[in-house]
Design a protein around this ligand. Structure first.
Ligand SMILES: [Zn+2]
Length: 238
């Protein structure tokens, strides 16, 4: 899976460059071995949907991403690990792309966050979508994206890097953007039909809630992705 991305990383590994040391070593199964993890893990039994007990503030890394509000950029260790790792890969593999826009995650101790149903426990993050040319929104909000304005290469580079951390529960996105990306990846040969079905399960797939590492439709998500990460060693199978 993700052969072109892996071959790109192979190229990057063969060279020396300023970002070289910040790239985590890859392994066949990044979720069980080899993923450098400076942020720790949520202790078993401490996962919650309502509060954040083991919060880590997303570190400021202006070359990788722009954080809207640091007071609302607290997540579980798994969340911070996923965002930092995938952003580092993005900056290394596509340095011409804009730094990512990181919207709300959670407040330091979690709980209700104004304007959101979730975002209470550090496992949800709103992140900008790349538009053509590797652009992220430059104003104070997210920008509405269509299949015509979406940057397929840049978004897939970032999204597949997120998936490869093994930390993703699901990525919520508007169905028409999901469909457009899935079709693009199949047409370009990036994914086989079977791989695409696994990552982008059709609407109505039974027990969708039990699947992980997938894209799923959510209304109102045509201007950002909503990343939900897995939590805790038990759920991650470590
Ligand atoms: Zn959200």
């Amino acid at each position: 899976m993700f052969l072109s991305l892996l071959s790109l990383i192979g190229t990057a590994d063969a060279e020396t460059g300023p970002a070289r040391d910040s790239i985590s070593p890859r392994s066949e199964n990044a979720s069980s071995a080899g993923l450098h993890n400076p942020f720790g893990r949520t202790p078993p039994g401490q996962c919650s949907k309502e509060v954040l007990r083991n919060g880590v503030q997303l570190p400021p890394m202006s070359e990788l991403y722009r954080i809207w509000n640091g007071n609302k950029a607290w997540g579980t260790p798994e969340m911070v690990q996923a965002v930092v790792t995938a952003s580092e890969e993005m900056a290394w593999l596509m340095p011409s792309a804009n730094p990512l826009i990181i919207g709300d995650i959670s407040t330091r101790y979690g709980g209700y966050l104004h304007g959101h149903k979730s975002h209470r426990a550090g496992v949800d993050a709103d992140i900008g979508i790349f538009t053509v040319g590797g652009h992220q929104p430059q104003g104070g909000g997210f920008e509405y994206v269509t299949p015509k304005t979406m940057d397929y290469e840049a978004n897939w580079m970032f999204w597949s890097s997120l998936l490869e951390t093994g930390l993703v529960d699901r990525i919520l996105l508007d169905q028409k953007l999901i469909d457009a990306m899935r079709d693009h990846l199949i047409d370009s040969g990036e994914l086989s039909y079977q791989e695409a079905q696994e990552i982008f399960p059709p609407r109505g797939t039974p027990r969708m809630w039990a699947l992980t590492g997938i894209f799923q439709h959510a209304p109102g998500h045509a201007n950002h992705i909503h990343l939900r990460v897995l939590c805790g060693e038990d759920q991650l199978g470590w």
